[in-house]
Design a protein around this ligand. Structure first.
Ligand SMILES: *[C@@H]1O[C@H](CO)[C@@H](O)[C@H](O)[C@H]1NC(C)=O
Ligand SMILES: *[C@@H]1O[C@H](CO)[C@@H](O)[C@H](O)[C@H]1NC(C)=O
Length: 157
């Protein structure tokens, strides 16, 4: 019976799509509110190393582009959730993290050694990172993604 013969090309295609972001060192992310158009459009989120190891911490780098200038008083908010439980919620001044002023165009936001000692526990977090201008409620940027943390000391890769 040839009726249900599988498409030979489909599986390799799915596999390569699935592994492509990892191969490029980028992490899957989505906008916090998929229906909103944020003025700061995120292109990549990179976690290094991925997964983060509990003994060495990790960095997160977001690259994107902003269609408008980001005012100096803006706040960067980073929060960590495990399932629905908010574990940490911290805020930084934008100018402590990126070179201000931020004119329209490309933007790179780096977080070095993201986790506190207490937060470095296996499994990981749902991370949300947003940028909000002073006296505004709607963020200019908001992405969320999963960050894995492992207690393994060496990577297979
Ligand atoms: C994280 O950033 C710090 C500071 O630039 C650097 O020394 C460290 O090597 C980075 N860690 C990783 C895993 O990229
Ligand atoms: C995190 O803290 C900021 C500033 O204190 C606050 O505006 C925001 O609502 C908090 N987020 C959550 C998820 O509690």
């Amino acid at each position: 019976m040839a009726i249900s013969q599988p498409q030979p090309l489909l599986l390799p295609l799915l596999v390569s799509l699935f592994f492509l972001p990892t191969a490029l060192g980028a992490t899957d992310f989505h906008n916090c509110n998929p229906l909103r158009k944020y003025p700061v459009k995120v292109k990549t989120v990179e976690i290094s190393p991925d997964p983060v190891k509990i003994n060495t911490n990790g960095n997160i780098t977001i690259t994107g582009s902003t269609s408008i200038d980001i005012p100096d008083g803006a706040t960067v908010n980073l929060n960590l959730r495990r399932y629905d439980v908010l574990i940490s919620n911290r805020s930084y001044s934008l100018c402590d993290i990126v070179a201000c002023p931020v004119a329209s165009g490309p933007i790179v936001v780096n977080f070095f050694n993201v986790f506190t000692q207490r937060e470095l526990t296996p499994w990981g977090y749902f991370v949300s990172i947003s940028i909000t201008a002073e006296h505004q409620e709607d963020p200019m940027m908001c992405v969320s993604f999963t960050c894995r943390i492992t207690s393994e000391q060496t990577s297979l890769l």
